[in-house]
Ligand binder design. Sequence first.
Ligand code: ZN
Ligand code: ZN
Length: 212
Amino acid sequence: MKYKIIPVTPFQQNCTLLWCEETKQAVIVDPGGEPAILSKTIDDLGLTLVKVLLTHGHLDHVGAASKMARRYTVPIVGPHKDDAFLLETLAEQSARFGLEHCTAFVPDRWLDEGDTVKFGNVELQVRHTPGHTPGHVIFFSESTRLASVGDVLFAGGIGRTDFPRGDYQALISSIRNKLWPLGNDVQFIPGHGPMSTFGEERMTNPFVADRT
Ligand SMILES: [Zn+2]
Ligand SMILES: [Zn+2]
């Protein structure tokens, strides 16, 4: 599996293309905005988009999901249904944050702990990781040792829990009990900012390092 990070929106959200090298089938994780740039990247790389994947329901992660799904006639997959309340209020979110208007939508498939998502010869594992939002999920490629973790964990930081239905203890538990067991060698793409590894964060992250 290969990947390319495309920062979008004024929040510089790390929209990520993942694709199968053999079949060129691709998924796009968290298309938060700027669909023209995303489409150009997909076309320039010669990829066939087969799914839109969402980690959680915040506007900067889902703003272009409907547009991309319609343009390529592909399903929207994820997040967990506990984020339905966020997807129902996208119009209000876009007005509040001054971002391009986004209408409410319902994904074609909700995800849950233990689910898998397939494209080409690639299989991603799904973990339900509440805390930043109640319906947050992450995607993990066991063979590539790569995780797409949305706003659960950042290099040197963790997701905010001061948004509606945020839960600090749940977030810490998600990181320690759902992410760390995947392995210290796993590289992760966070929702914002640079990549890191779980092992590095277990040593140095001021919020969730093993010694804290
Ligand atoms: Zn978020
Ligand atoms: Zn975010």
